[in-house]
Design a protein around this ligand. Structure first.
Ligand SMILES: *Cc1c(COP(=O)(O)O)cnc(C)c1O
Length: 359
């Protein structure tokens, strides 16, 4: 019997942070770095408007949304492309830049979608070692070959929560060949308050060899609507627009994203909430010898090396209480650690209760 033939995909499919667990109708999901405060009331208003029209195609160019983005972030609207999540922008970039056997460099413990989309188009993914779970510029430089096309990194990085400083990032770009694209994923930039940090967008707005990724899935709370954007040279954006599916971002998503940008109060409240609870949780867990990265994005990578409990045990115990954390063992391949998203006040209190019982 002749079988249908398709590409051999030697790829581990992306496994999202768990969102359900049998016994529980209402679980506390701290496994996907979603917004602790949900969405702004302005967004709620827009998406509950009875006059939304679902029978028309959306604006394929996301014109109004790009306008709002360019106003808010003081950048050129012609250099923006919107995607169904920044996910889709990563996919389009890989389609545009990579041929089979080309090389892509990613840090050892980086966001999984870079390697997945790069492999799908036949590129080889080269891992650069990290130092104490932090991206290492020298290690990235070591991995460059003639075939290197793209270096991907998230800053701060998911799942490690560490970040390259402004100077380190500038230094990395300086050391890369001009014809290597540096992709800086700013997914958590809004949460960052460290003085030595600058987002990719702030640093490289006018750099032809850097491409920036941004998302509405995190601080803006629109994960389910799938909206993100990319920022790069007009030449790259024009080419990406040929690859882009014609109606990739739906109308509700565009409208919600526009509103979410306008609610400054919601954003500053989210930032304050995050710093307060991330610090509180970090200190609380430190008392039990569970260490973690410095407070940066809306999650902590918990390290159980010095704790008498194993990460796996802690994960199971919390799961039995209906609290879901992200295991970093599969996919990221980080042992004896767990990623904890900073949730809402009520959720945090639940964690405190549980810890007191089990640790
Ligand atoms: C969550 C996350 C994203 C966002 O992906 P979307 O497709 O926009 O939901 C992008 N990059 C990193 C590093 C992330 O953690």
């Amino acid at each position: 019997m002749k079988q249908l033939k398709f590409k051999k995909l030697n790829i581990e499919a992306y496994k999202p942070g768990r969102s359900s667990f049998r016994k529980f109708k209402k679980i506390i999901k701290l496994s996907a770095n979603e917004s602790a405060l949900g969405v702004s009331t302005r967004v709620k208003k827009v998406i509950s408007n009875k006059n939304l029209n679902f029978s028309r195609y959306p604006d394929g160019k996301s014109k109004e949304l790009r306008n709002e983005i360019s106003k808010k972030f003081r950048c050129d609207k012609e250099k923006i492309i919107c995607g169904a999540g920044s996910d889709e922008v990563i996919q389009m970039l890989c389609q545009l830049f990579l041929r089979p056997k080309d090389e892509v460099i990613v840090p050892q413990f980086s966001f999984l979608m870079y390697r997945i989309y790069a492999k799908i188009v036949g590129a080889n993914v080269i891992f650069a070692k990290e130092k104490k779970y932090k991206v290492s510029v020298p290690e990235i430089i070591k991995k460059i070959t003639k075939k290197t096309k793209i270096v991907f990194l998230a800053n701060p990085n998911n799942p490690t929560g560490t970040y390259l400083t402004k100077m380190e990032l500038i230094n990395l770009r300086k050391k890369l060949r001009k014809n290597i694209l540096l992709v800086v994923d700013d997914a958590y930039a809004e949460y960052m308050k460290s003085l030595d940090y600058k987002s990719g967008l702030e640093l490289f707005k006018n750099n032809e060899n850097v491409f920036i990724l941004r998302t509405f899935s995190k601080i803006y709370g629109l994960s389910s609507l799938r909206v993100g954007w990319g920022y790069g040279s007009r030449r790259i954006i024009n080419a990406l627009n040929i690859i882009k599916p014609p109606f990739n971002v739906n109308d509700v998503a565009q409208k919600a994203a526009i509103e979410s940008l306008k609610d400054k109060k919601f954003i500053s409240r989210s930032i304050k909430h995050n710093i307060f609870y991330a610090t509180k949780l970090k200190n609380f867990l430190n008392n039990y010898n569970i260490s973690s990265n410095e407070v940066s994005a809306n999650f902590l990578l918990l390290d159980f090396t010095n704790c008498k409990l194993k990460a796996k045990y802690f994960y199971k115990k919390l799961k039995m209480k209906g609290i879901l954390l992200r295991s970093t063992e599969n996919g990221y391949r980080i042992k004896n650690m767990l990623r904890l998203t900073i949730g809402s006040k009520k959720r945090e209190l639940k964690i405190y209760e549980c810890n007191k019982k089990y640790i």
